[in-house]
Design a protein around this ligand. Structure first.
Ligand SMILES: Nc1ncnc2c1ncn2[C@@H]1O[C@H](COP(=O)(O)OP(=O)(O)OP(=O)(O)O)[C@@H](O)[C@H]1O
Ligand SMILES: [Mg+2]
Length: 481
């Protein structure tokens, strides 16, 4: 049984929502049909038996009156009564016994038991004034005992005898059987009809899902730019979620495409320069040594550039693996910042930029030293690179009980407001030609932001064109996995 259920569960069609609805409707209509049929038939049988009983009881009461009027209990010779009893016996397809107070059967319409004594429970109860009726379902008859009563002068009811009647229920049973047969036919027709209805209803119910599936299939390849529209309230949420997913995928797909384009472009540029330089050296004969050296110097710079792009890209790709790639250790951030500023000192001096570090307190934090150094170096280096000459960059390190902050402010060229949202994108540079001259790849801020987010920190930027820029980095002192 368990195996059968498991097999059914796995089977494609049993898992079908539509089939289940179809089966449910058929089952409900089948059960309700059977219950209704049984209810109607049982109620018919009950009512018919009661009606027949009450009819016979009334008839026998009339007979009782006739029996008294003709003194039949004393003398059974009355032709009128005998004819009446015979007629009723035939009418009800049954037997009528007249019993006197001595429990003697004075008349049996079957003429079998006349003269015999009948002491039955029903007869005794009947002599006490009760009308008794019993339905024998197995032998298909109703037994009815009616007292023959007379009102005395003092107003008391006297039971003079009993009319015991057995009435056949064959007629009722035949009607019941006919009705049963007819109801079977109706039920079978109903089942056929309900199968049709269930088929249509199940198709209508799953139509919204079919519509969604068709629509999703139609747009899944981004060929159809229009969002899917739900005609049905029930599938509106699915459709909304799908549309959101689709636009998110579209954004991801666009950014992936753009990234690939940028990577190939950025990687090709230094190679093209190297080729041009090498070709021009090759095409000249007897190149003077200083020209040769100059060209080789340019080629080395291009190779360095290519190398730094590849290094940055690898750093980004490694960070895509998430926080698992972090090597977290508790570090003295004052020492770390001092080292960064010291390392960048020569570039700052070369660019005539004053580099100031202000440590407001001693700060210890859980960081990946290598990655966070790279991220903060890029911010300070940007401050130096995109600055005026002369200019200044101020780095302020501070902390509270939960977070440390590094504020890097420069007196530089600033970033236009419209560009601020883009500077963290990969390969994005505000002034392409200027940046190229400076030598940036446009990956620095993307790496910085990713590193900070992996440390569960945040980065904000404020800038005024021509006045300067402030980057504010906030990092938790304790790294929670
Ligand atoms: N402090 C700043 N002032 C003005 N512009 C800035 C500043 N920092 C960044 N930018 C702008 O944002 C762009 C992106 O910076 P990012 O650090 O990502 O790249 P990069 O410095 O050009 O190259 P890389 O850092 O990869 O060597 C820069 O090209 C520059 O146009
Ligand atoms: Mg940079």
């Amino acid at each position: 049984m368990k195996r059968l259920i498991n097999y059914l569960k796995k089977h494609k069609y049993v898992r079908s929502f539509r089939l289940r609805i179809f089966a449910l409707i058929v089952l409900i209509s089948l059960c309700s049909g059977v219950i209704m049929r049984r209810g109607i038939l049982d109620s018919y049988l009950d009512k018919a038996i009661k009606a027949r009983t009450s009819e016979v009881v009334n008839q026998m009461k009339i007979v009782g009156n006739h029996l008294i009027a003709y003194h039949y209990l004393q003398d059974t010779a009355s032709d009128v009564i005998n004819a009446e009893l015979a007629q009723l016996s035939t009418l009800y397809d049954g037997r009528i016994l007249i019993i006197d107070p001595n429990f003697k059967i004075v008349k049996d319409t079957y003429e079998i038991s006349t003269g015999k004594t009948m002491i039955a429970k029903e007869v005794i109860q009947c002599f006490l004034g009760e009308t008794i009726s019993n339905h024998d379902n197995t032998n298909c008859y109703i037994e009815i005992a009616v007292p023959i009563t007379q009102l005395d002068e003092d107003g008391t009811v006297q039971v003079l005898g009993v009319v015991l009647t057995s009435v056949s229920t064959d007629g009722i049973i035949t009607n019941y059987s006919n009705l049963n047969r007819q109801s079977w036919i109706i039920e079978i027709l109903m089942i056929i009809l309900m199968i049709g209805v269930a088929f249509v209803v199940s198709a209508v119910i799953v139509r919204p899902f079919d519509q969604v599936t068709r629509a999703i299939n139609g747009v899944v390849s981004f060929e159809d730019e229009n969002p899917v529209v739900s005609d049905y309230l029930e599938t509106e949420e699915i459709v909304d979620a799908f549309n959101q997913l689709r636009s998110r995928l579209k954004v991801l797909d666009d950014s992936r495409q753009e990234f690939v384009n940028n990577v190939s472009h950025e990687l090709k540029t230094p190679i093209t320069s190297i080729k041009v330089l090498a070709d021009s050296l090759n095409s000249q004969e007897d190149v003077p040594l200083d020209v040769y050296r100059e060209f080789m110097q340019d080629i080395t710079e291009e190779i360095d550039r290519e190398n730094s792009i590849i290094t940055d890209l690898l750093a980004l790709v490694r960070m895509d693996k998430g926080a698992a790639g972090l090597n977290i250790e508790n570090r003295n951030m004052n020492d770390l910042m001092e080292l960064i500023v010291k390392r960048l000192g020569p570039i700052a001096r070369k660019n005539e930029v004053d580099l100031i570090l202000e440590s407001k307190r001693s700060v210890m934090a859980d960081v990946d030293e290598v990655k966070i150094t790279l991220a903060l170096t890029n911010l300070v280096e940007n401050g130096i690179k995109y600055n005026k000459h002369p200019g200044w960059v101020k780095v302020v390190l501070d902390a509270d009980h939960q977070f440390m902050t590094v504020e890097i402010t420069d007196s530089g060229i600033g970033i236009p407001e419209s560009e601020i949202d883009h500077i963290f994108e990969r390969f994005y540079r505000v002034d392409k030609s200027h940046s190229r001259e400076i030598g940036g790849t446009g990956l620095g801020l993307a790496i910085t932001r990713k590193t900070i987010l992996l440390h569960r920190g945040s980065i904000r930027v404020n800038s005024v064109v021509g006045e300067g820029t402030t980057f504010l980095v906030k990092l938790p002192l304790s790294y929670i996995v």
